[in-house]
Design a protein around this ligand. Structure first.
Ligand code: SAM
Length: 304
């Protein structure tokens, strides 16, 4: 059943009445706003507040703890990049682990890779999965793939127990490091990821905004340089409804066969468009371009 829809959440009225305004201590002094047509769902899970609303210009919007996770209009930019940057960088990925990503969009994208035999996913919050299946069928379509094995639980614990060297790729589609995703940005988590990857395996994690979070990015980069003995790279893309309009990814490989993330070796099979719809954002050119950094960020990231 839908949650209590009678009380208007503070973020709907605090800046412009009838608009959702995204406010967080992670981006003080600014708040991106979207006009709300209708609130479709409001609930509180064991982990976070969950809201779905129909916006005037970006389709339906999923909000967790007051922060936009996806909109129907621009989710392609995030889901396609966080998935294909790692999977198109290695030949024949077979076993893939997704941490977070409860909406199912990353699963939809992983499923485009015909070489993949097993897709494990560990999402902490069942309410996100259920709400996505109800309101975002074109995103949650990822759950229909028979290769998917969904575990509801904490990604940190899941990875601690994962068999050593067992995955070709790990994709960490997490929320921000306030709330349940905090540990997904810390060193012990990256150590478990490295342990779970096979030699020359790859990880791609959500790594915040160059404009807002250079301090977080610096910490992630220096941890990753210590832990991953293959390559360590930062990439970014444009997602209009994320704070500052951009989002970054940390891409690393473990020691073993060389991975050159900037030059994709594993193109996506065009026939995947039949079942999963056409790619809307990703292509080989944008893959390589994603690793070009503005000078201010290049200086900091390369010095770590
Ligand atoms: N895929 C989305 C998009 O298109 O932008 C964005 C983020 S996704 C919904 C983030 C997910 O990470 C949430 O569903 C959240 O419940 C999950 N999550 C947060 N902490 C977690 C943890 N410790 N273990 C597993 N999942 C976690």
């Amino acid at each position: 059943a839908n949650g209590d829809q009678t009380k208007e959440p503070a973020c709907f009225s605090s800046v412009i009445p009838g608009w959702f305004s995204e406010m967080s201590p992670m981006w003080p002094g600014e708040a991106h706003s979207l006009k709300v047509e209708k609130v479709l769902f409001q609930g509180k899970s064991d982990y976070q507040d969950v809201i779905v609303f129909q916006s005037a210009t970006y389709g339906k919007v999923l909000v967790l703890d007051g922060v936009i996770q996806l909109t129907e209009r621009d989710e392609c930019a995030y889901q396609e990049m966080i998935t294909h940057l790692p999977l198109c960088s290695i030949p024949n990925p077979k076993k893939v682990l997704v941490i977070g990503g409860g909406d199912g969009g990353v699963l939809r994208e992983v499923a485009r890779h015909a070489s993949v035999e097993q897709i494990d996913m560990c999402e902490i919050d069942k309410m996100v999965v259920d709400v996505s299946k109800q309101f975002f069928p074109n995103v949650a379509i990822g759950y229909e793939d028979p290769r998917v094995n969904l575990v509801i639980g904490d990604g940190v614990a899941f990875l601690k127990n994962a068999a050593e060297g067992s995955y070709d790729a790990v994709i960490v589609d997490s929320s921000d490091p306030i709330g349940p995703a905090k540990e997904l940005f810390e060193k012990p988590f990256f150590q478990s990821v490295a342990r779970a990857l096979r030699p020359g395996g790859v990880v791609c994690t959500q790594a915040e905004s160059l404009w807002l979070h250079m301090d977080i990015i610096e910490d992630i980069v220096s941890n990753c340089r210590e832990i991953f003995k293959g390559s360590v790279n930062y990439a970014w893309t444009s997602v209009p409804t994320y704070p500052s309009g951009v989002i970054g990814f940390m891409l690393c490989s473990t020691e073993g066969p060389d991975v050159d993330f900037k030059h994709p070796v594993n193109p996506i099979d065009e026939s995947s468009s039949k079942s999963n719809g056409p790619l809307k954002f990703y292509n080989a050119e944008i893959h390589s371009a994603a690793f070009c950094l503005p000078s201010f960020a290049k200086k900091v990231i390369e010095s770590k």
